[in-house]
Design a binder for this molecule. Structure first.
Ligand code: GAR
Length: 193
C-alpha cells in the first residue's frame, strides 16, 4: 500500500479535496494508495478536524516549540516517516523547508502554489497578479526542490482575472481549480512511485 502523508497549516480544503477524491475513486483498490496521515504545524489548523471526520490519523508538530528550522524539520520528518510514505503532499503548508528535508523526500514531495509558476513565487500571489495587470491567473502543482516554489511542473489550471477582482475573489476562483488539479496530479503520479 502506498501511503500518502498530507501536510497542512490551515483550513485544509485542498487536503479535503484529495481525501474526497481518494474515497470517490477508490484509490485504495484502484491505485493501491491511501491517505495515511495529515500533519499540521499549527495545533489550531481547521483541517485537522476535517481529517478526523474522515478517520484519518492526525499529528501536530508545532513549529513554535523548536528553536531552529533544522530542529523542526527533523521532528516533522520523524512524524512523516512513522507513516512510511510513498508521497508527501504539501497542501497549504506555510513553512519554508530546509534543503536536508527536501532532499530526504526527493521525487516524492509535491506542492500546490496559487499562481502560474514561475510567475509569483512566495506570498500574496493574487494581489501581485492583479497589481501586475495579469489577465489570467491560476495554480500550479509541482515537485518540490530546494528553491522556493520552483521545481518540475506536474499540473496547472488557468482562470481569468476579472476587471474588478479583489485578491479574495481571485483566490476563491483559483482555489476551486486547485481542488480539481491537485487530486488529479496525485492520481497520475502514484503509479510512478
Ligand atoms: C491554497 O490556496 C494553496 O495553494 C496555498 O494556500 C492555500 C491553502 O488552502 N498555498 C500556498 O500559498 C503555499 N505557498 P487550504 O488550506 O484550504 O488548502
Amino acid at each position: 500500500m502506498k501511503n500518502i502523508v498530507i501536510l497542512i497549516s490551515g483550513g485544509g480544503s485542498n487536503m479535503a479535496a484529495i481525501v474526497r477524491c481518494a474515497q470517490r475513486e477508490g484509490w485504495h483498490k484502484a491505485l493501491d494508495a491511501q491517505v495515511a496521515a495529515v500533519i499540521s504545524n499549527r495545533p489550531d489548523a481547521g483541517g485537522l478536524a476535517i481529517a478526523g471526520e474522515h478517520q484519518i490519523a492526525t499529528d501536530v508538530v508545532d513549529h513554535k516549540r523548536f528553536p531552529t528550522r533544522e530542529a523542526f524539520d527533523a521532528e516533522l520528518a520523524a512524524a512523516i516517516d512513522r507513516r512510511q510514505p510513498s508521497l508527501v503532499v504539501l497542501a497549504g503548508f506555510m513553512r519554508i523547508l530546509t534543503p536536508a528535508f527536501v532532499e530526504r523526500y526527493r521525487h516524492r514531495l509535491i506542492n500546490i502554489h496559487p499562481s502560474l509558476l514561475p510567475a509569483f513565487p512566495g506570498l500574496h500571489t493574487h494581489q501581485r497578479a492583479i497589481d501586475a495587470g495579469c489577465k489570467f491567473a491560476g495554480a500550479t502543482v509541482h515537485q518540490v526542490t530546494t528553491e522556493l516554489d520552483y521545481g518540475p511542473i506536474l499540473a496547472q489550471a488557468v482562470v481569468p482575472v476579472l476587471p474588478d477582482d479583489t485578491a479574495d475573489a481571485l483566490a476563491a476562483r483559483v482555489l476551486t481549480q486547485e481542488h480539481l488539479i491537485y487530486p488529479r496530479a496525485i492520481a497520475q503520479l502514484l503509479p510512478q512511485l
